[in-house]
Design a protein around this ligand. Structure first.
Ligand code: ATR
Length: 280
């Protein structure tokens, strides 16, 4: 029997996840189907349980349901707990003692880190990282970025208090003590250039660029936009005009987060390189 997987979102028509997972399945010779499910805005949990009762094995969750998915799970990975959001669900079959469980994970942050470190060859250890934005996308990336042990990480946001609170929360986890972690508004950004600048705002969706000083870019800076579109995003154009040494969009992250989900469902890791090439 073909195993069923899906991505839940609203809207979801634009999602490339079915094509990515179809490519992984073909490459690893796995018998599975992967569909798009547009759940009503107030009906995520009902749609999830319907899918499960019809034999669904697992799913991905995209906007705006990542927090609904977080609350719908019986068990959460540590990174899903830190992210406060779930993008990957695995329906685990129980035994006589332990019933079935809905296990939630978040692969967005490790997808970003794997793209940076493995695909793009950018080591994050001892680097100074600047994260733009303080909503779900930034939060999901933080712990995996901090696990790479950068020397400093500054979170900056248009609404300064959100960045301050997020930085404080992650600063309080003992394992992050070796990174100089702080947050603030655009005017509070330290003046020394950053090795890696990650745009986790949604500004690119509307063709805007966060109003940050160009001085954050130094001779060796990599600028990475988590957003991905057919053409360069406004942030990438801004990075180019300010002479960043490397500029990347979020396609690699998209494929890597999918690969991590695929691996947790199927126990085999797809080779992402050819798939990133295929979708470029
Ligand atoms: P959410 O409701 O999850 O905050 P959002 O409104 O799309 O989603 O915003 C996501 C992030 O992008 C936020 O950090 C937001 O900054 P604010 O918290 O100040 O709203 C940021 N963002 C969106 N558009 C932006 C823009 N044009 N310039 C700078 N930051 C922007």
């Amino acid at each position: 029997m073909t195993d069923r997987y899906a991505v839940f979102g609203n809207p979801v028509a634009h999602s490339r996840s079915p094509e990515i997972h179809a490519a992984f399945a073909q490459q690893t010779v796995q018998d599975l189907s992967y569909e798009k499910i547009e759940a009503p805005l107030d009906g995520f949990e009902k749609a999830l349980y319907e899918f499960r009762s019809q034999g669904g094995k697992g799913c991905n969750i995209t906007l705006p349901f990542k927090h609904d998915a977080y609350t719908a799970c019986d068990e959460l990975s540590k990174r899903a707990q830190r992210a406060g959001a779930v993008n990957t669900i695995l329906f685990r079959e129980g035994d006589r003692l332990f019933g079935d469980t809905v296990f939630g994970d978040n692969t967005d942050g490790i997808g970003l880190v794997r793209d940076l470190t493995h695909n793009l060859g950018i080591s994050l250890a001892e680097k100074r990282i600047l994260v733009l934005g303080a909503s779900g996308a930034a939060r999901g990336a933080l712990q995996p970025l901090l696990d790479e042990e950068p020397s400093a990480l500054f979170i900056t946001n248009r609404t300064a208090v959100k960045a301050q609170e997020l930085a404080q929360e992650f600063h309080d986890y003992p394992e992050n003590k070796d990174t100089d972690l702080a947050g603030g508004g655009f005017a509070d950004i330290p003046t020394e250039p950053f090795g890696v600048i990650i745009n986790a705002t949604s500004a690119s969706v509307s063709g805007e660029v966060p109003d940050i000083p160009a001085s954050v870019i130094g001779g060796q800076s990599c600028c990475y936009d988590m957003y991905y579109a057919q053409q360069a995003t406004a942030f990438m154009v801004w990075a180019e005009s300010n002479h960043a040494s490397q500029i990347h969009d979020g396609l690699g992250m998209l494929v890597e987060q999918a690969a991590a989900s695929f691996e947790s469902w199927r126990g085999v890791r797809p080779d992402t390189g050819p798939v990133i090439k295929q979708f470029r």
